[in-house]
Design a protein around this ligand. Sequence first.
Ligand code: AQP
Length: 332
Amino acid sequence: MEESKKVIFSGVKPSGDLTLGNYLGAIKNWVKLQEEYECYFCVMDLHAITVKQEPKDLRRRTLEILAIYLASGIDPDKNTLFIQSHVPAHCEASWLLTCCTYMGELSRMTQYKDKSKNSGGSISAGLFNYPTLMAADILLYQSNLVPVGKDQFQHLEMARNIAERFNKTYSDTFALPEAYTAKAGAKIMDLQDPTKKMSKSEKNVNGYILIMDPPEVIRKKVNRAVTDSLGVVKYNDEQLGVKNLMTILMTINNVTIEEIENKYQGLGYSQFKKDVAEAIVSELEPIQVKTKEYIGNKAYLEGIYKKGSDKASYVSNKTLRKMQKKMGFIPR
Ligand code: AQP
């Protein structure tokens, strides 16, 4: 009998257009996971509304992200691809878990503290509660592994704590999820301020490269990327801009630090930047072409997300029913 595969859950939220960071840090790695694991890849639209979204942009981006998943090589026959809001179990389980979570735990979350700092007085309760929805996303599928960047470790740890607490109070219900750190998983930094990560909600458009940026825009943004006056292509923390461009080149072309350092010895930054830009363009161009094709075929996308939500609903409802029964709700 075939041993059952470990379960992976991951997703991206349509809170902005996807960046090269989302691609190199998440989606590109998922493609490698699909053979070995049972994967659920979700478009996390419920998470996007923790900050205000323009409805028409949210609609456009939700479908575009699904198209990007497919265009990047995620096979809809091998994985479950779905839109979070199409599976009501996420909201239902989130409420049950909210009631098993303490205010103190939520208020210690770094992302909440960071994001609420800039929102004046009007911080949504959703932003505060976000980790319990994330816990529901993960726990409903009995996920064993969750590929997350370092920035999400704290939320994953919290999902694990909530699961442990629930299991202890009501008996074993959830698998305990662990972080999956891909070997090639890179953290891509902002091109204008390489001390912070490249983010889709960044105000300065020159700070990020979008997956759908046209080649000439990509070349311009790389050319403008902040470096330093040393003129040496070297991987170190004194040259964060150069280090970031090297990380991008290493992740796309699968080359080592030494290979890059040797190649550009004595050449300054001009040729280096040109090569980084061309590497990004040749990685993203085929994905852009396919993404546009998928977006032009709404019926096909609809078929994918409907099939995905049927499967996701079936699996997640099984866990939700268990949770409800154990907590004392009358079965429907
Ligand atoms: N710069 C990055 N480098 C590497 N990985 C990254 N990820 C995001 N930015 C980088 C990874 O992408 C996945 C999905 O991210 P998300 O959209 O759910 O949320 P996020 O991490 O908050 O992404 P953004 O772009 O920074 O969104 P905003 O600005 O809206 O908050 C995750 O696996 C993440 O690690």
